[in-house]
Ligand binder design. Structure first.
Ligand code: AMP
Ligand code: ZN
Ligand code: FE
Ligand code: FE
Length: 290
């Protein structure tokens, strides 16, 4: 069993990179990827922790791309996380976030809620500060019952304090991951707001941009989605990936490796992914041939 989509305190998860690695090892996962939103800051800690275990650790990242409809996330697996070009791309992404955050503060202020940038940052474990951290700060201050309530009433797209965040376009996300030697993978396609023929056509466009994989397993999928995305993988010659999208406490029902309980991402998915990468990730937590 493997899990190739997880989040730590380096973005919006509640567990440190090292403790996720330890947990993965304890529950007997064969391989784990850490795929924090917009940052590679957690990877050194995870690599060090994984070096103490037999776990195969796959360095990753998850980028949010511009998309007309739902959310479009591209996961990059087996990246060289020290790639200077990836670093400068991620800095641009961080700048876009840091441009939005003060505007969220202002909107909340206009609504009579006093939540500072520092309040939100205090809930972030690293440099990535976003809506989930504002949601937690709002709960602290009594403006919302829980983070979901903060999103529902204020922070979600239809919420009163919503501020659009500039994002890279899908081709830029794919390029950055390729430049870092990684495998660009369409994460949870069900969240794109597309299905059937529309999704098929869209995946074709992403493949033209350099997409190399698709998540055929995720916590939330009903089995027909796994079958449907497996057909897309075959049609476009994409490697298949999968993971839980584990976040720890923010999504308490999603367990590492198991999702809502019945997820099982088979080991055999790993090797084609590693062989599709440029093999330049440079860490020694997996067999040298990759
Ligand atoms: P940001 O990148 O700052 O816009 O925050 C996006 C993150 O917020 C996502 O990865 C989710 O974890 C979280 N999120 C987005 N929408 C919701 C929602 N309606 N309820 C709870 N969390 C959400
Ligand atoms: Zn997240
Ligand atoms: Fe995602
Ligand atoms: Fe994710």
């Amino acid at each position: 069993m493997i899990d190739l989509h997880t989040h730590s305190t380096a973005s919006d998860g509640s567990m440190s990179p090292g403790s996720i690695v330890e947990l993965a090892n304890r529950i007997g996962l064969k391989a784990l990827a850490l795929t924090d939103h917009d940052t590679v800051a957690g990877l050194d800690e995870a690599i060090d922790a994984a070096a103490q275990t037999d776990l195969i650790f796959v360095p990753g990242v998850e980028l949010s791309a511009l998309n007309e409809k739902g959310s479009l996330h591209i996961v990059g697996l087996h990246i060289d996380h020290e790639s200077p070009r990836l670093a400068s791309g991620l800095q641009r992404v961080l700048d876009m976030r840091n441009e939005r955050n003060p505007r969220i503060v202002k909107k909340l202020e206009e609504l009579g809620m006093h939540v500072s940038l520092e309040d939100a940052a205090a809930h972030a474990g690293g440099e990535v500060v976003g809506r989930p951290h504002f949601a937690r700060a709002m709960v602290d201050r009594g403006y919302a019952r829980d983070p979901n309530d903060a999103f529902a009433r204020f922070l979600s797209k239809n919420g009163a304090a919503y501020v659009f965040k500039e994002r890279l376009d899908p081709a830029e996300c794919i390029d950055l991951i390729l430049e870092a030697g990684g495998v660009p993978i369409l994460a949870h396609p069900d969240q794109t707001g597309l299905e059937g023929e529309d999704l098929d056509e869209f995946v074709g466009q992403l493949v033209d941009m350099g997409l190399k994989g698709i998540e055929v397993f995720c916590s939330s999928y009903k089995s027909h989605l796994t079958a449907q995305y497996t057909r897309l993988a075959r049609k476009y010659d994409l490697v298949r990936s999968g993971g839980t999208d584990f976040h720890g406490a923010p999504k308490p029902d999603i367990k590492l490796g198991r999702g809502f309980g019945s997820l099982y991402v088979p080991d055999e998915l790993l090797e084609p992914i590693l062989l599709t990468s440029a093999g330049t990730c440079g860490n020694r937590t997996h067999p040298a041939r990759y």
